[in-house]
Design a binder for this molecule. Structure first.
Ligand SMILES: [Zn+2]
Length: 91
């Protein structure tokens, strides 16, 4: 029975970590429930992807496509994901 409680606590911790990092807390909870302590570790990386995207935009390494919201190179004239054409003067 303790085993279940530990897994539940892991789910709660993973949910908190995931949501505090800008990720989805509900997904973090499920991951924590499924993988226990490993889910907590996984939760650490869940929000990081979104954070990394924000950092890339802030540092000028990437820009966000207004049509598909994917990151593309700042010099790109056409989005590689959705073929959206950027305004050349924007850069
Ligand atoms: Zn696009």
């Amino acid at each position: 029975m303790e085993f279940v409680i530990i897994w539940l606590i892991c789910g709660g911790i993973a949910a908190m970590i995931a949501s505090s990092k800008g990720g989805n807390g509900a997904i973090g909870f499920v991951v924590g429930l499924l993988f226990g302590p490993f889910g907590i570790i996984a939760a650490f990386f869940m929000g990081n992807e979104q954070k990394a995207d924000a950092n890339k935009i802030a540092s000028g390494d990437s820009k966000k496509c207004p049509r598909c919201a994917e990151l593309v190179k700042p010099d790109a004239l056409v989005c590689k994901h959705c073929s959206h054409e950027f305004q050349a003067a924007a850069a």
